[in-house]
Each structure stands twice: as C-alpha cells, then as structure tokens.
Design a protein around this ligand. Structure first.
Ligand SMILES: [Zn+2]
Length: 553
C-alpha cells in the first residue's frame, strides 16, 4: 500500500475514533453523577459475586456499575476517584457489638492488660491514689490471661480496700468481683433474691463473685459516666470502626434512654454509622415497642428485642444439657424462664419485631429454638436469630433450618475461648462446638460479629478466625476445630449481605448494585486469607455517597 494512502487511512481511522468518542461523549457524558469511582476492583457481593471496574453515584445511591470506560464515557461528576486498582467492598457490618457499653467501658478503668491478680490489685491501688473515688468501678479482667489462671475471690481486695466499695466486671460482662464493702453498702447477700443469677459463697461467706442477673443489682447502683462523655466515646469508637470499613453495626442490647442518645447524635450530624439496635426487654422498652412498632430515625433502626437465655461459658454460666466437665456439680443456668421467653416471643409476633437471643450452651439453644417455634406458626417474615450459638447439640442444628432461624456468631470467640472451652466441655462436646460451618450448611446463611468490647472489633481478625480458625498471632498452629472453617466468600457475605438480611436492611445496604446506598470502603490491601494474619485498613470509607473516613488526612 502506498505510504500516503496508509497515512490517509490512519488519519481517517483517527477521525472516526474521534467522531465516535465525540458522539458518545457529547450525547452521553451529559449524564451527571456526584461521584465516579473507577480503576477499582469492586466486589458487589451480589448473588454471582460480580466484580466491577467502576461505579457512578448520585444522591447517595449507586446509579450504575460497569466497565471503567463505559462509566467514564457516560457520566461526568464533580468528584472522580481513581482507585488505583484497590479493592472495594460494601461497608462491613458488625452484627453483634455493644457500642454504648464499649463507650462506657472506655470511660472506666480498664483491667484487660493485667497479667495476674496482684497486677490488677496494684493497678487499682494506683488508680485510687490518683482519683480518690467513692466507688471504684473497673472492667475487663480475665483470669484466663493471668499467669496462674486462678478464678479470684475478694479476700485480697477486702484487705486492700476495707472501706471503699469496689466493683470489677469480668471482660465478658457476665461476672463481677466485688469487695465486702460493696456488698455491705448495698446490702447484697446470699439471701438477695435473684432469678437467673448467683451470689457465690464459700463456707457461708460471700466470695464477692456475682454472675449474670445478679449483676443487674450492681448496674443499678454504680455511678454512670455523663451522657456527654458517653456520646464522645461513641464517636471515638465510630472512627475506629470506619477505619476498618465498618459502616453498619447491630447493637446487641440497648435501653430506652439509649435510643434518645443515638437520635441526638444522629441529629447533631455526628453519628454516621447505620445502627440496628436490639432492645433489652424491660417495661420501658416494651412500652416503646408497643407504641412505635417498627421504628426508624434516619440511620437508626429499632425493630428487635434481645433476650439472654444463659450466661457465659468461661464463668460456668452457659446453660448445658449435661454438667460441666470441670465442675460436675453444675450445668450452668438459664437466665430467663421459658414462660418469659414465650411471652416476649408472642409480643414480637404481635408487633412484627425480630427476636434475637443470646444462647451459648446447648440447653439454652434448645430452649430458645423451642420458644422460636411460635414464629413458624405465622406467615410473618420473622428472621429471628440466635446470638453466639457456641455449644449446639448436633441433633438441634437441623432445627435452625426447620424454623428458619439465623445463627449470629463471633468467630474470634472460638479463639479466645480455646484455653478453657475444652476444659469446661470435655473432648466430645468441645469437638462439636463453635460449629459455624455446620450451622452455615444447615441454614444457608450465617452472620458475623465481634461482641465488642468483649473482643476487638477488627474485622480482619474475624476473617482470620472464621477462615483459618486462628487468632491474630496465628495460634493455635493448626487452628481450632479447623473442619469448621468457612470460606472467605461466605465470611464476607456474613459481614455484608447476609448481615443486612438479618437486620431487614438488604434493600439498601450490604451489596453494591444499582439503586443501593453508596456505602462502601476502599481498602488498602486486597482481602484474602494468607496462612498468616494480614492486617488491613480502609483508605476511604463512604456512607450514602459521603466520605466519612479518609486515611490520608
Ligand atoms: Zn454480646
């Protein structure tokens, strides 16, 4: 071909390209978006796990996802983000967290770093020398992290603080150690009538150990931090969550007054997280639920009750079908009567509320499943949940599927509990506990959380625990009951779409598809499950198209 012809062709080709670009650009780029994200790996978490390169966002919603060039050609926007091939997921959900309790805990003396009883006592002594409190309240001790792992009594505490009441909550918030001065000042003794709780004694003398519902007595009398201080700590925790790409939380147990606090923070424009709140069942919250029914206020949603069927395994409070292996005199205890549970279940059916029950031991799980049968007798879309579901009799797993019950679990618990779970349960029962894979296979859905402040809220610790069954230090070497590991995709679904199904929010959040809220995080590193723990953070986190976290600032 003569050279000039070739040049002419090239020019023509260029012209055509320009014309096409101009035509497409000219007529289609007129479509306005507020934000375009391109050059990204966008995990939509839809049913096919589709991955996109780009998305356009308008009025807080995703209006289109697709190949980069398509989105860039079609839309113009005031803000355009070149994500530089970074990974994007829907904002994560922590489906079981205690945000307000965590905020309060940050305002009280933290004992979680203590490595022995002596260390804890020294910490308390130094704290009191500085603060001169009328009542000392502290949280977070865990004898499993102490050198001798011996469960404490209050004898040394009484010597150190003979006159000042001291109240120390164990990290699981199901047990407290109090001194004699505390017991005397508030007239707490063995005769105090408590259903679903205990005040321990030895040789007729109280040991200072209170469990489960007995803690309500303490909570009523201890001084509370100011609402302003709690609110500030909630915002501080929010920022920590956003740096991990967590945009939605299910607060697993709030009071009536906490609803007001959340609303105030939202109206002040300070609280951006989607809050799905579970009400603790008492007269005041039941009044609220009867009056308001399913209640939403901007990013706050209230349509569920939280019950406790038992206590915690570490303190022998989880209610088991057979006695504890390391304490054959007890099987733990139920913290609610079956009648009361049925009564709340009926109320939930009546007003269209979800019921979410803490059940750790196999007897507690069974009682809850039995009470949940009532939901089956209605045509309602109930989506009731069992929180924790740590020790489930293998025979009862199929009942989750039969009654349509969603298991809501915290994979990091399996790692934190490993030191004592085998002792408490014995080998046979331990082998079938923390059975997240079996629960998932039976129900087709599992939702994941952390139980913060009992555990850290780091979602990457959750991923490692769920998929590798190891903690962030990569222990134990072969993982805890590794046959119960779940896949990364199932784990991520449990932190996104499934968690939003479990809170009736799947039409707005949990997936990145057309029409959904533009609530997502751009992560620093690709999310996968290497053999060793991989920390990760969000670079940017968006809620409804608005940037709420920026790691570069
Ligand atoms: Zn909890």
């Amino acid at each position: 071909m003569p050279q000039f012809l070739s040049q002419q062709r090239c020019l023509f080709h260029l012209f055509i390209t320009c014309l096409i670009t101009w035509t497409i650009g000219g007529c289609m780029k007129a479509q306005k978006a507020d934000l375009i994200v391109h050059n990204a790996v966008i995990h939509s978490m839809d049913d096919k796990l589709t991955i996109y390169e780009a998305m356009a966002i308008k009025d807080g919603k995703i209006i289109e996802l697709g190949p980069q060039q398509q989105i860039l050609n079609k839309y113009s926007a005031g803000h355009i983000i070149d994500a530089q091939s970074k990974t994007i997921y829907p904002g994560f959900t922590d489906a079981h967290i205690h945000l307000i309790l965590g905020a309060k805990q940050r305002l009280q003396l933290d004992l979680s770093a203590c490595t022995s009883l002596d260390h804890m006592l020294l910490t308390l002594e130094m704290y009191q020398q500085k603060h001169h409190k009328d009542i000392i309240v502290a949280r977070g001790w865990n004898e499993q992290t102490w050198t001798d792992q011996r469960f404490p009594d209050n004898s040394q505490l009484n010597e150190l603080f003979p006159d000042t009441p001291v109240c120390l909550f164990r990290h699981d918030e199901h047990t407290a150690l109090v001194n004699q001065a505390m017991l005397e000042q508030f007239q707490i003794n063995e005769q105090t009538d408590i259903e679903g709780g205990s005040i321990a004694s030895f040789n007729g003398k109280p040991t200072g150990i209170l469990t489960d519902n007995a803690l309500d007595i303490l909570r009523e009398v201890i001084p509370q931090p100011s609402a302003v201080a709690i609110a500030d700590k909630i915002i501080e925790i929010q920022n920590d969550l956003l740096q991990y790409g967590i945009t939605n939380v299910h607060d697993a147990g709030i009071e009536r007054s906490d609803i007001d606090m959340y609303q105030r923070l939202i109206d002040e424009g300070r609280l951006h997280l989607n809050i799905y709140a579970m009400l603790l069942a008492n007269d005041s919250t039941i009044d609220f639920a009867r009056k308001h029914g399913i209640y939403t206020h901007k990013n706050l949603s209230v349509r569920s009750f939280k019950l406790f069927a038992d206590g915690a395994l570490g303190s022998h409070g989880a209610w088991l079908k057979e006695p504890y292996f390391d304490r054959p005199t007890t099987s733990g205890l139920s913290t609610i009567s079956s009648d009361k549970m049925q009564q709340i279940a009926k109320l939930c059916v009546e007003i269209g509320y979800q019921l979410n029950t803490h059940a750790i031991g196999d007897a507690a799980v069974k009682m809850t499943l039995d009470a949940y049968k009532i939901a089956q007798q209605t045509s309602a879309d109930h989506r009731w949940r069992i929180e924790h579901a740590q020790v489930v009799d293998p025979q009862d797993i199929s009942l989750f599927a039969q009654y349509g019950i969603i298991p809501s679990v915290q994979p990091t618990h399996a790692l934190s509990d490993v030191q004592f779970a085998q002792l408490r349960l014995g080998d046979t029962r331990f082998a079938t506990s923390y059975a997240y894979r079996s629960l998932l296979e039976a129900t087709g859905m599992i939702v994941l959380g952390t139980d913060f402040p009992v555990e850290d809220y780091n979602p990457f610790a959750t991923i490692h625990a769920a998929c590798k069954r190891k903690n962030t230090k990569d222990a134990p070497k072969n993982g805890v009951l590794p046959q119960q590991a779940i896949t990364l995709n199932d784990c991520l679904k449990g932190m996104t779409h499934w968690a939003c199904v479990a809170s009736f929010q799947e039409e707005h959040i949990g997936q990145l598809t057309n029409g959904m809220d533009a609530t997502f995080a751009i992560f620093d590193r690709k999310i996968n499950v290497p053999p060793t723990f991989q920390q990760n953070f969000a670079l940017y986190t968006y809620i409804k198209g608005k940037k709420v976290y920026d790691a570069t600032l």
